[in-house]
Ligand binder design. Structure first.
Ligand code: FAD
Ligand code: FES
Length: 275
């Protein structure tokens, strides 16, 4: 999918609530290109009106777009100073919004079954993707993992993305006791038992070790896998080199060896990355 041209626009908070342990759902009313954002694209937010300082902004994936209300939503975890600052936003407060940024998830080929595999702060872009795919008549499976039940997003926020939700927790307090990769392995086995000619295609976002394990499982199964990398970012538009990841291909130069996630990603074919 081609990126939509980014804009710097002031939005207004229309709702802001706690939806899981340390997780907030923030809905912002806005006009312009944001409402054309594609699944996998992200925004850089800053409480208050527009500023030229990129370093204070927080990159967050778009989890939902409501065209009727002219709003977009993000879901974020409070982990440090920027997310903490964001958590103080109240209804009607202004928010400076830069975006939509980055490359979106490619569409699944042919009749392939989309398997969406997310963990922690990686779930929000998969909610947007799942809802988009359902709008195109696809039936995505959403596999999500968290440390314990309290860290799982509520079903009302996940249901637009799927009619087939599979959950895992590290401590067994909700759903499968174990990792999302166990549930992914079971879903991939369903492919072998199915009469459908098209294989699954995997979309993943979450902690780095989880995505590395998902990428390995995809490679072993010979299945296409797209990963959205949520690396630490500073400038967000390619100048600080604070967000680089190593490519898997043998490089002929340092330039080729590394990729800037903010401009080349955040979505990659998982085979492109040295995990
Ligand atoms: C493209 C993109 C999309 C993102 N989408 C979301 C989203 O939808 N929801 C969400 O909650 N977060 C998302 N993030 C991550 C979010 O931007 C960071 O958690 C946030 O910037 C942390 O800032 P802070 O000042 O609150 O914490 P900091 O003080 O910067 O960090 C607190 C702790 O978290 C660690 N940390 C910070 N950033 C990251 C990161 N990106 N990955 C792993 N560990 C990190 C730090 O090492 C530190 O231990 C996304 C990041 C990117 C690049
Ligand atoms: S965040 Fe500055 S180059 Fe990517």
């Amino acid at each position: 999918m081609k990126p939509v041209k980014a804009q710097d626009v002031d939005g207004v908070v229309v709702s802001h609530e706690e939806v899981a342990d340390d997780f907030r759902h923030l809905e912002i009313e806005i006009e312009g290109a944001f409402l054309d954002a594609k699944p996998g694209q992200f925004v850089q937010l800053l409480p208050g009106a527009a500023t030229s300082s990129p370093l204070l902004r927080i990159p967050l994936s778009i989890s939902h777009i409501d065209l009727t209300a002219s709003t977009f939503s993000v879901l974020y975890e409070i982990v440090g100073s920027k997310s903490e600052t964001l958590s103080h936003l109240r209804i009607s407060d202004p928010v400076s919004c830069l975006g939509p940024l980055g490359h979106a998830f490619p569409s699944p080929p042919g009749g392939a079954r989309p398997l969406l595999v997310g963990g922690g702060i990686g779930v929000p872009p998969l909610i947007h993707l799942g809802a988009h795919l359902r709008g195109e008549g696809r039936s995505p499976i959403l596999i999500v993992g968290a440390r314990h039940a309290g860290k799982h997003l509520p079903p009302r926020l996940l249901s637009p993305a799927t009619r087939d939700l599979r959950q895992a927790t590290d401590d067994g307090s909700l759903g499968h006791h174990g990792f999302v990769t166990d549930l992914l392995a079971a879903a991939l086995k369903e492919d072998l038992a199915s009469t459908a000619t098209d294989q699954s295609v995997i979309y993943t976002c979450g902690p780095h070790p989880m995505m590395a394990a998902v990428a390995r499982a995809a490679e072993e199964a010979g299945v296409l896998c797209y990963a959205s990398l949520e690396e630490y970012m500073a400038c967000g538009f390619g100048v600080c080199v604070g967000c680089v990841v190593e490519r898997s291909a043998t490089p002929t130069s340092a330039y080729e060896q590394f990729s800037r996630v903010c401009v080349d990603g955040p979505v990659y074919d998982s085979r492109e990355i040295r995990w």
